[in-house]
Design a protein around this ligand. Structure first.
Ligand code: ADP
Length: 297
């Protein structure tokens, strides 16, 4: 279990990136979902032992990560948001280099470990190709290979699917899901689909605070019977916004298609009930953090 208590991070400025976060993360896949600037990367770096917190506690199975990051280091694997590669190295040489940097022990030899790790993330076929010829998804999988070296209890992946095409994303999801069978995988993302596909539980973070810790099913059910869809002009959209919370407004053939939450009374004329999505629920959760009185309901 990863346990986070009263975690605060204030950068010079001052910018309060984390304003007192409490979180318990059990084994398996757990999502940390939030908009850009919410504090996700800050949280992930602190939990990885790479960034000092201003105050608070983080423990992994009872070991204090903040007090003694070096002691806990081999139990942690981290894939940062921006992962640097030497483009001219082959995949296997790049990975061998990363393992040496990390100080990973390889009783059977580095070559063997590199082979096993590449196999684990389905990259054996590209081992001898230069990394600059690889796709974004292949590079992310190489990042995962270095992160899981040493079989860490906790794998921390920061916004790993941004920039991957749909097929690469699916492949990456499968690897993460497999890895989560035997450890804690903490996944930060601003992409709701990542959570919908992968995470039985997730937390929503906004402006440095946790807004909710829930399951995709419970989040959707919180809107059941209250979500309606219809179309209208810009003026109608403005009028509806004044009365209802709009979870989505997109242009379709020049008109606004809106999804709205109706808390009291009948929906506007022409609006029909729809099944809430996780995206709808997420919009409500983030907005309720910013304007609790109006939106939380
Ligand atoms: P996210 O990963 O959710 O996009 P971050 O953790 O990167 O959020 O950032 C949270 C807040 O902290 C933002 O307001 C960001 O501008 C600020 N921030 C991040 N890193 C620094 C830094 N090194 N110095 C000052 N402010 C920072």
């Amino acid at each position: 279990m990863l346990t986070v208590r009263k975690l605060v991070k204030v950068y010079a400025g001052p910018v309060t990136a984390l304003a007192g976060v409490d979180l318990d993360v059990p084994p398996g896949m757990f999502g940390l979902l939030g908009p850009n600037g919410a504090g996700k990367s800050t949280f992930m770096k602190i939990v990885s032992g790479l960034l000092e917190a201003s105050s608070g506690d983080v423990t992994l199975d009872g070991d204090d990560i903040l007090a003694d990051p070096w002691k806990v280091r081999e139990k942690l694997g981290y894939l940062p948001q921006d992962f640097g590669f030497y483009p001219n190295l082959s995949g296997e040489r790049m990975l061998a280099y990363l393992l040496r940097l990390k100080g990973v022990e390889a009783p059977g030899g580095t070559k063997r470990l590199v082979g096993e790790l590449l196999e684990r993330v389905n990259l054996t076929f590209a081992a001898k190709r230069r990394v600059k010829e690889w796709s974004g998804g292949m590079r992310q999988r190489l990042g995962i290979a270095q992160a899981i070296a040493g079989n860490p209890r906790l794998l921390i992946v920061d916004e790993p699917t941004a920039g991957l095409d749909p097929e690469e994303r699916q492949r990456f999801y499968r690897i993460l899901a497999e890895l989560a069978e035997e450890r804690i995988v903490l996944l930060s993302t601003h992409i709701v689909e990542d959570v919908a596909v992968l995470c039985p539980r997730f937390a929503v973070i906004s402006r440095g605070r946790l807004v909710a810790t829930t399951t995709p099913g419970d989040a959707r059910r919180s809107l059941e019977g209250r979500l309606f869809e219809g179309t209208g002009t810009d003026e109608e959209l403005a009028r509806i916004r004044a009365e209802h919370f709009v979870t989505q407004a997109v242009l379709v053939e020049g008109n606004n298609r809106m999804r709205i939450r109706v808390d009291h009374g009948a929906p506007p004329p022409g609006f029909a009930p729809v099944v809430p999505t996780l995206e709808d629920a997420y919009m409500v959760m983030v907005a309720s953090a910013n304007a609790p009185a109006e939106v939380a309901a």
